[in-house]
Design a protein around this ligand. Structure first.
Ligand code: GTP
Ligand code: MG
Length: 198
């Protein structure tokens, strides 16, 4: 899929104020600082469509972007950032879970995982929660450019081993780098395929 246009639509914390659910929608979620906003910029060929930062906790709202006048991309706040006060974190969790559970046009949730880290409980639990609630999701490994060649070979089998203790089959997996552009065509091809069934 070629990206012709990518436009910011609205930011909010209230699912009811999201744009009308009349187009297929894809959300990017994962731990704070995992690279959600950077990945959105990479796949849409924009440097600053979604705001990024070296400091965790940058994205604090549900951000809608309209792509090719045809489908929505959603940038969400990260979970699991200890330095955000507990009350604020609980507020995030509430509106994020409400968004995920009630958004009718949400076709797929992309769960981002930093490819440098061993499987983390918080991510595994989040995916279990998606599964229990029947929310379709895929795994997206980020920051591939930061791995050494040997690590590049090892990280995915190691992650799969952990996932398969919980799941019978693996969800779709994408490996990406926002700096090299790796994984872009695969992600966009996957979205295009799902779009055609909307
Ligand atoms: P929050 O909004 O705070 O939850 O973070 P986020 O998940 O949106 O992460 P963001 O895209 O802001 O990126 C966090 C940091 O990681 C930034 O300094 C990015 O430049 C860096 N980063 C993100 N993706 C990549 C990548 O693929 N490769 C490298 N080398 N750095 C990356
Ligand atoms: Mg962000």
């Amino acid at each position: 899929m070629v990206i012709h246009t990518a436009n910011f639509v609205i930011s909010n914390t209230d699912v009811k104020k999201c744009p009308p659910p009349n187009r297929p929608e894809y959300a990017f979620i994962g731990r704070s600082n995992v690279g959600k906003s950077s990945l959105i910029n990479m796949i849409t060929n924009h440097k600053n469509l979604a705001k990024t930062s070296g400091r965790p906790g940058k994205t604090q709202l549900i951000n809608h972007f309209l792509i090719n006048e045809n489908w929505f991309l959603v940038d969400l706040p990260g979970y699991g950032y200890a330095k955000i006060p507990k009350s604020q974190r609980e507020k995030f969790e509430k509106f994020i879970s409400e968004y995920i559970l009630t958004r009718q046009n949400l076709m797929n949730v992309f769960v981002l995982i930093d490819s440098r880290h061993a499987p983390q409980q918080i991510d595994l639990e989040f995916m279990e929660w998606l599964g229990e609630n029947g929310v379709p999701f895929s795994l997206v490994f980020t920051k591939l450019d930061k791995l050494r060649p040997l690590e590049k070979k090892k990280f995915l089998p190691a992650y799969e081993k952990e996932m398969l203790k919980i799941w019978e089959v693996m969800p779709p997996v994408f490996v990406t780098s926002s700096t090299s552009g790796e994984g872009k065509d695969e992600l966009l091809g996957y979205i295009e395929e799902i779009n055609s069934s909307f």
